[in-house]
Design a protein around this ligand. Structure first.
Ligand SMILES: [Zn+2]
Ligand SMILES: [Zn+2]
Length: 397
């Protein structure tokens, strides 16, 4: 593999350009080495581990690059475009080819993003980097890092359940597996997607017959498209919020087949008064004038958290659709076993329960403190934090 094949090598000039663009106060311009978190030691990551948690994110010292860093850095491998993994302000980014456009739309104009095809390793300063599908959203990847025979895999967010809108999760053999753990409790066990789709279609049909709209709140990136791919479009019109429709367009141009959807502006005056539409909107649309035109309606929130008593009531919706783009408990265990790893580092979620469970069964296991948030039931995780054009140097810490 030629060194020029790895976009992360294109650092000459990039750093200077970023410094010019952002001024002297910008963190990107500083060349100070990342500060290792002392907590790493307590969380079982040895001092010279291949990947370490630093103040800027997961860092590979041997290759001098980060994975999903939470502060602007020079070289970042991005697992997927959700905002807790894909922050703005990095000089060079590498991601899966089918994730490039979704990622680009969330970055500052002119962001340098290079595609790395799945399963094709690049050599960066003696460290082999490659990607494998994570099954989470379009373009989501696990990152495999190999150095002197030692292999680590960073899962990013992943699920094992089938999803027609993205490539299925592929296990990768490794010594150390850094796994997300959003739903890392034995109570989390997802029903088959077909069952959720049947439930949604039947409910929409009933609402349509009664002259009501059916409003489903779902994250704009990933969850909404998975829902769209699962519903029966012969029941009635499907209306998407602008934030969802923008992502739909990106998915469609990425070759993902979705049923026809409409924007509110496609309807004439009074046309929506008849009811019967399926409306997909991000949680942030709750209480907005945009939503008020869909009356009368019944509402649902699509999230893994809907399995928990109280979540539905807190959201103030009529029903919960238990649909998650993260692995459930059996999924986490199956993924871990399939890697053949000796050590598991668990991040975001109920890590202590999973860690204890794994230790009792012979794995080396620890929690890893990161700033990833998993699937939230209170906030939107996939909305860009800053309006396009905002100076990165002003990004709140
Ligand atoms: Zn995610
Ligand atoms: Zn996450």
């Amino acid at each position: 593999m030629s060194p020029s094949g790895c976009g992360l090598n294109r650092t000459d000039g990039a750093e200077a350009a970023v410094a010019r663009a952002h001024g002297r106060s910008c963190r990107v311009a500083k060349r100070t080495p990342p500060r290792l978190f002392p907590e790493c030691l307590h969380f079982g990551v040895p001092d010279h581990a291949l990947l370490q948690v630093t103040d800027r994110g997961l860092y590979c010292e041997a290759g001098d690059f980060f994975i999903d860093p939470w502060r602007p850095v020079e070289r970042a491998v991005i697992t997927h475009a959700h905002s807790d993994h894909a922050r703005r302000g990095h000089s060079q980014m590498l991601c899966a080819p089918d994730g490039v456009e979704v990622l680009r739309s969330r970055m500052l104009p002119g962001a340098a993003i290079d595609p790395l095809p799945y399963g094709e390793p690049v050599d960066h300063r003696g460290v082999q980097i490659s990607l494998a599908p994570a099954g989470h959203i379009l373009g989501s990847a696990q990152v495999r890092v190999e150095f002197r025979g030692e292999v680590w895999v960073v899962s990013g967010d992943y699920k094992l359940s089938p999803d027609p809108t993205c490539r299925p999760f592929e296990p990768v053999r490794c010594h150390t597996f850094i796994t997300e753990c959003t739903f890392g409790l034995p109570i989390y066990h997802w029903a088959p997607q077909a069952q959720i789709a049947d439930e949604l279609n039947a409910w929409w049909r009933r609402n349509r017959e009664a002259g009501r709209h059916t409003v489903v709140f779902a994250y704009a990136l990933g969850k909404s498209q998975r829902l769209l791919a699962a519903v029966d479009p012969t029941i009635g019109p499907i209306v998407c919020h602008g934030a969802v429709e923008r992502v739909n367009d990106e998915y469609r141009s990425g070759g993902i087949s979705l049923p026809p959807t409409q924007r509110v502006t496609d309807f004439g005056p009074g046309e929506l008064a008849r009811g019967g539409a399926l409306v997909i909107a991000p949680p942030s649309a709750v209480g907005t004038p945009w939503l008020r035109r869909f009356q009368p309606c019944e509402t649902a929130f699509a999230s893994g958290w809907m399995l928990v008593r109280g979540s539905r009531r807190r959201r103030g919706v009529d029903r919960g659709l238990v649909l998650s783009d993260h692995a459930d408990w059996p999924g986490l265990l199956a993924a871990i076993k399939a890697t053949g790893c000796q050590r598991v580092l668990a991040t975001h979620g109920h890590t202590s329960v999973l860690v204890r469970y794994l230790r009792e069964r012979g794995w080396e296991a620890d929690s890893l403190h990161t700033e990833f948030v998993g699937e939230r039931d209170d906030l939107e995780v996939d909305t860009p934090e800053l309006p396009v054009g905002t100076a990165v140097a002003e990004e709140p810490a």
